[in-house]
Design a protein. Structure first.
Length: 132
């Protein structure tokens, strides 16, 4: 259940294509090899109302949180997180170069005892892989 939630300042819409950002994150997650393909979710939520640092309306931010299930050791999580962050950060280099911008990424491990899920995508992807 790797679920990525991206919150971003509305002023980023003039600087990036958010559909590309979502896809960059999805691909980077796949590249790590530690997340089941059928469980990856990436969503972006635009924040119309925000204040950054000194309140300059030109300042922007993108804050990403990954919620994932238990079962991956710290080393694997750190390696995956570093890859995803580096990939996203590199993609956003033009934003850093042209404006004041804050990027953050936090990873949270959900307790399996208090996390409920229902998903038939895993089985469909497995069947498609077998059937070709």
């Amino acid at each position: 259940m790797p679920h990525f939630t991206i919150e971003y300042s509305a002023n980023l819409d003039a600087r990036v294509v958010m559909a590309e950002i979502v896809e960059v994150v999805r691909k980077a997650a796949v590249e790590t090899g530690i997340f089941p393909l059928g469980g990856i979710r990436v969503r972006a939520v635009k924040c119309e109302h925000y204040a950054v640092a000194d309140g300059d309306p030109q300042h922007g931010f993108l804050a990403m949180v990954l919620r994932l299930g238990e079962g991956r050791d710290l080393a694997a999580r750190k390696e995956a997180g570093e890859h995803i962050f580096r990939t996203l950060s590199d993609h956003l280099n033009p934003v850093f170069a042209a404006s004041k911008f804050a990027l953050s990424f936090d990873m949270q491990v959900n307790d399996k005892e208090t996390s409920w899920k229902r998903n038939n995508i895993h089985d469909t992807l497995k069947a498609e892989a077998i059937d070709g």
